[in-house]
Write a protein that binds this ligand. Structure first.
Ligand code: MLC
Ligand code: AMP
Length: 521
């Protein structure tokens, strides 16, 4: 096993010992050293304690990328709390579920998101406290020296997966997070001299568990952005201080598009990648076409890796060896992976497709308050069932070929069809609904909904002329999209709504999505 700090806070304090004045975070003209972040985190810890947060209590973070996010996150750990990550795009349905399921005691948020919280407040524990992320208590907390954190303590809960329409909270311990960062930083030769340009959201494992934590354990610098903008990224790379960039495939396809535009307008092609030594892609499949186009323009082979909320990082293409497009490489140091038969659960020989299982210190501690889901996720030897299908080549490279569970990945964000279907079914004009992901050039996959309208709608349009019928249908389609947007994160709304007379179902009444897919493609 690779040695690692005991907790995120131990990692922060170690970085402060080594190089207190070194910049940890660069953000919109601000420059925060490790010591600055430690002090800000200690102030947050004091604020939490004053508000009654005790060890093991849940603190939800519902705000965007900023130094305040990092300080409120590490401060929660200093106070012994468990952080609940909340996507800032989440709306009523997700907020109601996550904030009540996690039993959050306090939520840190920003002004623009307050109305979203207000909308669900009546359904939540009246004791839930809401704190503005700009709160900066003046005094310094006691000392962060008596941190009582063990590797087995839960550090965060990331909500993921939702075969039942409700997402489950994956509990990652400090040990899981730090073991992961140790493995990632070793595999990618991450050193204290690196500067990571981070445009990924910190409320996901990719930005937080891979990006921020990697910089924390190596005591290196993060150039943190509010979000991704292709032009801004290209300008930053060209400035020459960035050494690493991590992104989802949609970001790479936008970078390629923007770079082509600039080269056509006379920009220097040679300077596109600046001084970057490593471009990493993950969270969704990177197509070999994007890989090749990027190499042609930027002169660099993207390193593709595979992970998930429950495990942070699992597999990676090699830093030094061949980065093979279409594959996700091999296990990180100290981790194991294998492929098993979907039915017999026995390990399969190389080349045969089955479910990928992983095992190691990076694998989560189970689902919050859900022993049944936890038990189902592991086999008796402690292998975690990823739900992803794939195979291993004879020379050890894994390829992901599909998913055992229903999941749409659009632009690196996960969408569970069942959750969208439930929202659609609650619309008064929808009788039946089925949601699936169809291929999309920009996002990889996009959400498509097939709906059977309610009887009164069907009767009404049956009596209309062609023109009026078309406009009634268009009206229903857009009403349904707006309905979803009001209740769910906007990226989950269907990008196409198709009205059908009936859904193809099997003898048990289950919708046959493969037939529907054929019909809609
Ligand atoms: C935004 N939109 C999307 C979308 N993101 N639609 C479909 N899929 C997406 N992923 C829609 C919004 O709803 C909005 O619609 C419109 O696009 C503009 O919104 P935006 O906020 O301006 O979007 P943009 O900045 O363009 O976002 C694209 C993106 C972003 C690729 C930068 O989606 C992103 O940051 N993705 C990364 C997600 C991530 O970090 N995943 C890692 C999970 S961890 P409207 O109609 O409202 O205007 C994990 C483990 C692992 O998977 O292995 O890493
Ligand atoms: P999440 O639940 O948001 O953590 O998403 C994890 C899922 O993203 C995995 O189970 C995979 O299905 C998918 N994923 C992550 N990285 C890759 C990759 N490089 N290629 C294909 N799928 C990926």
């Amino acid at each position: 096993m690779v040695s690692h700090p005991q907790s995120t806070v131990h990692a922060l304090l170690a970085a402060c010992e080594r190089r207190p004045r070194h910049p940890f975070l660069l953000f919109e003209g601000r420059r925060l050293s490790f010591a600055d972040v430690r002090d800000a985190a200690a102030r947050w810890a004091a604020l939490y304690r004053r508000r009654g947060v005790a060890k093991g209590d849940r603190v939800a973070l519902f705000h965007s990328n900023s130094p305040e996010f990092v300080a409120s996150y590490l401060g929660a750990h200093m106070a012994g709390a468990i952080v609940v990550l909340v996507n800032t795009q989440y709306r009523q349905t997700e907020l109601r579920h996550i904030l009540s399921d996690s039993g959050a005691r306090l939520v840190v948020t920003e002004e623009r998101l307050l109305p979203e919280l207000e909308r669900v407040r009546a359904d939540l524990d009246p004791r839930l406290q809401v704190v503005d992320c700009r709160s900066q208590p003046e005094e310094r907390a006691g000392h962060e020296g008596d941190i009582d954190l063990r590797p087995s303590d839960v550090a965060l809960i990331g909500y993921t997966s939702g075969t039942t329409g409700r997402s489950k909270g994956a509990m990652l311990t400090h040990g899981n997070l730090m073991a992961n960062s140790a493995a990632v930083t070793q595999a990618w030769r991450w050193t204290e001299d690196d500067r990571l340009l981070l445009t990924l959201p910190l409320f996901h494992i990719h930005g937080l568990g891979v990006g921020l934590h990697g910089a924390l354990v190596t005591a290196s610098t993060v150039d943190l952005r509010r979000g991704f903008d292709a032009g801004e990224v290209l300008e930053t790379l060209a400035a020459g201080d960035t050494t690493m960039f991590f992104g989802v495939p949609t970001m790479y396809s936008r970078l390629i598009e923007e770079a082509r535009r600039r080269v056509a307008a006379g920009a220097d092609r040679e300077a596109l990648g600046g001084r970057v030594r490593l471009f990493v892609s993950g969270s969704a499949a990177l197509s070999p076409q994007i890989f090749a186009a990027f190499e042609e323009l930027f002169g660099q082979r993207i390193l593709e890796r595979y992970g998930m909320t429950e495990t942070v990082m699992n597999l990676t293409n090699p830093y030094d060896g061949e980065r093979r497009p279409g594959t996700v490489g091999m296990p990180f140091p100290g981790q194991e992976a294998r492929v098993v038969d979907v039915r017999t659960r026995r390990p399969l020989p190389d080349g045969e497709t089955g479910e990928i299982q992983v095992r190691g210190p990076h694998v989560f501690a189970g689902y919050w308050n859900n022993p049944q889901a936890t038990a189902e996720a592991f086999d008796p030897e402690g292998w975690f069932n990823t739900g992803d299908l794939g195979f291993r080549s004879p020379d050890g490279y894994f390829t992901i070929s599909g998913r055992a569970r229903e999941l749409i990945i659009s632009g690196g964000s996960n969408i569970y069809p069942r959750e969208v279907e439930e929202v659609l079914l609650a619309h008064p004009q929808v009788a039946e609904a089925a949601v699936l992901g169809l291929p999309d050039a920009e996002y990889g996959e996009c959400v498509v909904a097939a709906i059977v309208p309610a009887a009164d709608f069907r009767e009404r349009v049956a009596g209309l002329g062609e023109e009026e019928r078309r406009s009634a249908i268009a009206e229903l389609q857009s009403a349904v999209v707006e309905w979803c947007r009001a209740q769910l994160a906007s990226y989950k709304k269907p990008r196409r709504v198709v009205l059908v007379d009936s859904l193809p179902r099997n003898a048990l009444g289950k919708v046959q999505k493969h037939l529907l897919r054929e019909r809609l493609t």
